[in-house]
Design a protein around this ligand. Sequence first.
Ligand code: NAG
Ligand code: NAG
Ligand code: NAG
Ligand code: NAG
Length: 491
Amino acid sequence: MAFFAPLCFVVFFVTALASISAAPQSHFISQLPGFSGSLPSNHYSGYITVDEEHGRNLFYYLVISEGNPAVDPVVLWMNGGPGCSSFDGFVYENGPFNFEAGNTSGGLPKLHLNPYSWSKVSSIIYLDSPAGTGLSYSLDHSDYTTGDIKTAADSHKFLLKWFELYPEFTDNPFYISGESYAGVYIPTLAAEVVKGITEGVKPVINFKGYLIGNGFTDMKYDGNSFVPFAHGMGLISEDMYEEVHTVCAGSYYMNANEACQGKIAEVRLELKDLNKYHILEPCFHSPEQQEAEFVESQLPPSFRKLGETERPLRVRKRMFGRAWPLNLMVQQGRVPTWPELGRSLPCTSDEIASSWLNNQAVRSAIHAETINITGPWELYTAKIDFTHDTGSMLEYHKNLTTQGYRALIYSGDHDLCIPFTGTEAWTRELGYKTIDKWRPWFFNDQVAGYVRGYDHNLTFMTVKGSGHAVPEYKPKEALAFYRRWLSGTTI
Ligand SMILES: *[C@@H]1O[C@H](CO)[C@@H](O)[C@H](O)[C@H]1NC(C)=O
Ligand SMILES: *[C@@H]1O[C@H](CO)[C@@H](O)[C@H](O)[C@H]1NC(C)=O
Ligand SMILES: *[C@@H]1O[C@H](CO)[C@@H](O)[C@H](O)[C@H]1NC(C)=O
Ligand SMILES: *[C@@H]1O[C@H](CO)[C@@H](O)[C@H](O)[C@H]1NC(C)=O
């Protein structure tokens, strides 16, 4: 038996060499402005053309797993919007670095390694989609008029070309993940991927399942979720709840009853000054004003602690993941944007990401086009004209889960943007048998949230004290559940 051991060694050695040579050298990142030291794994980034004729190019950033890249899953990450760059996830959430603000306004940030990067246990691809978002662009600006279906088709084309470029990853388990409006991007892309597999499209993608955080799913469920959430969280009075519940007969979404609309307007008035992405967090205005607000906050200190991010560096006080205002719930059809409504994004600062991604040295290092081609990088762009043209995601989820694809649907439980109440309701009403009944899940011997496991490998989970962007607020817990779910162990 020992005789064969050296042979095994040689085989592995050859495989390793092959995997290095297969990755595209023109996309290899050899240095990153703001970071000194050596990277724990290789990083690659660049464009993949999804339409030659129009010059439509999608930008991706790949962080190779710091564990065992030969077997670890490959995971695609997408932020929502529509119009939100996935560098939101890279810079502020589960990416390989913690960004330290520069000393001068607009100055180059300093990058430190993030010990809770999702690249600890997976290779992860951050994709800017659709074209017009983040660093992705098209030379034909008519492409910026788009919607769910075209976005999913482009992202599928991207994946097929990506796996051609990185054939060493075709056998790794592949998952799709993201947050917020990616609650639409993910199931629609997954359906395209599955259709491709069924039709024998090459390369065959070894698709296993998907993860969605605080995802938009269904107008009715998500639209109905905020009144019960506001009531349960103590944001509206019992009297107000009883009135709105009675007059609307428990149905808050698109209720044509005028008295109901009036009551809902009253509820909104009471919620309007909250940070919608995390109800315990102050709303970002400017650093000075914000600290003052925190001092005057009526929240008991224990509540403030619950909502605090554990990220070690001051990054920002808030972001967004969904572009539309609370009182303009996404509907079938065109999705309005904040700039269009004459308002800037609420409670948001994206200075660090903007100063890094608009720096020409950074752009060269990551093989991104110059600003005169792509326009300035924006966390959230108003450049695209986006139509929600698919409707409810429930049928997608049913189709995918009954075909054997795993799904983890998680909610930061203090998010008022996509409250957990709606997500809990639709996962429950898919009607699957409960396999693992509602129970707490733990991190470091503390309750980190609650989980309920259903048949067909569908899991619903909350993350206690987190807002809209779970890996941003709870990086340790997020890496823990991510690792457990990917490896198939109990959360
Ligand atoms: C800001 O200045 C301090 C003091 O000189 C230095 O330690 C720190 O690294 C600087 N930060 C950045 C992001 O350059
Ligand atoms: C875009 O900017 C780059 C660098 O600033 C410059 O080299 C290039 O000529 C410009 N291209 C166009 C088309 O203006
Ligand atoms: C779900 O599957 C059914 C049966 O294969 C199919 O007709 C339908 O189009 C699918 N729906 C979606 C949204 O993928
Ligand atoms: C759940 O996932 C596991 C691991 O991928 C698989 O073996 C099992 O068949 C799945 N169960 C169902 C009901 O799809």
